[in-house]
Design a protein around this ligand. Structure first.
Ligand code: DC
Length: 247
């Protein structure tokens, strides 16, 4: 495999600690704060953030728009093959473009929320998304978050983090996000969270699993800045280790 050390233009950079570009995989259950943390880590390192959940959401949105049933795996698989999905970093976070159209603001609607787990469960859809995700990570310098990144998409990522928090803490974060007026109790959110964990861990295709070589980070009681600082530190360590190995 070609590596950064083969390229004369960037090889000198490798002498500066931490400047060797690596790939970072961040996995974990719903509500663990993966996307916020991954985006901030990418900003700190000037890496590209890849939100794989947004890609499954984009396929779901396009399938719903095309009038396909969320049960129709064959048709949705064919659709996923044709779609051109791009993730573009912007000042207000990552934008998602499908066939050149910005769909970012429509990825978190109730309809998409309801159908996405089903769509993400189709092998044909996953196969295509994984292909795109690997292509995005080819040049290194990517922070990718999801459920199967360290175990399946980027098994060679130089840093893998499994991010979690207690079901109560994750429910509390979601509760604060939704606001008091949402009409859902904290207890109900906590029950739903536990049920989603069970489904994510138990599904046949790409279940949520901790890679054996992933660093485990329980963020219960930790602030975002602290979590980000810890991962940035691990990234610098990993970059140093790998740049030594390449020399
Ligand atoms: O992280 P999120 O809520 O945006 O994810 C949306 C859905 O996609 C959720 O059902 C989990 C699924 N997903 C997945 O199966 N694999 C990934 N790598 C990322 C998300």
């Amino acid at each position: 495999m070609a590596c950064a050390a083969d390229r004369e233009d960037i090889a000198p950079l490798m002498d500066a600690p931490g400047s060797y570009r690596i790939n970072i995989a961040i996995d974990g259950p719903a509500g663990a704060g993966k996307s916020t943390v991954a985006r901030l880590v990418a900003d700190a390192l000037q890496y590209v953030y890849v939100d794989t959940g947004a890609m499954y959401r984009a396929v779901t949105l396009m399938a719903l728009e095309a009038g396909l049933s969320p049960e129709d795996g064959e048709a949705i698989g064919r659709l996923a093959q044709r779609l051109h999905i791009e993730l573009i970093p912007g000042p207000d976070g990552q934008r998602v473009l499908v066939d050149g159209r910005d769909v970012t603001d429509r990825l978190r609607t109730h309809e998409v929320n309801r159908a996405v787990a089903r769509v993400a469960g189709f092998g044909s859809v996953r196969q295509r998304m994984v292909e795109l995700q690997r292509a995005m990570a080819k040049g290194k310098g990517v922070v990718m978050d999801g459920r199967d990144i360290g175990t399946h998409v980027l098994p060679d990522a130089e840093l893998k983090v499994f991010l979690t928090a207690s079901p109560r803490e994750r429910a509390l974060r979601r509760y604060r996000q939704l606001g008091e007026g949402a009409g859902v109790s904290l207890e109900q959110l906590e029950r739903e969270m536990a049920e989603r964990d069970r489904l994510d861990e138990g599904r046949e295709i790409a279940p949520l699993l901790r890679a054996p070589d992933a660093r485990f980070l329980d963020t219960t009681g930790m602030g975002i800045d602290e979590v980000v600082a810890r991962i940035v530190e691990w990234s610098r360590e990993a970059a140093r280790t790998f740049s030594e190995k390449e020399k």
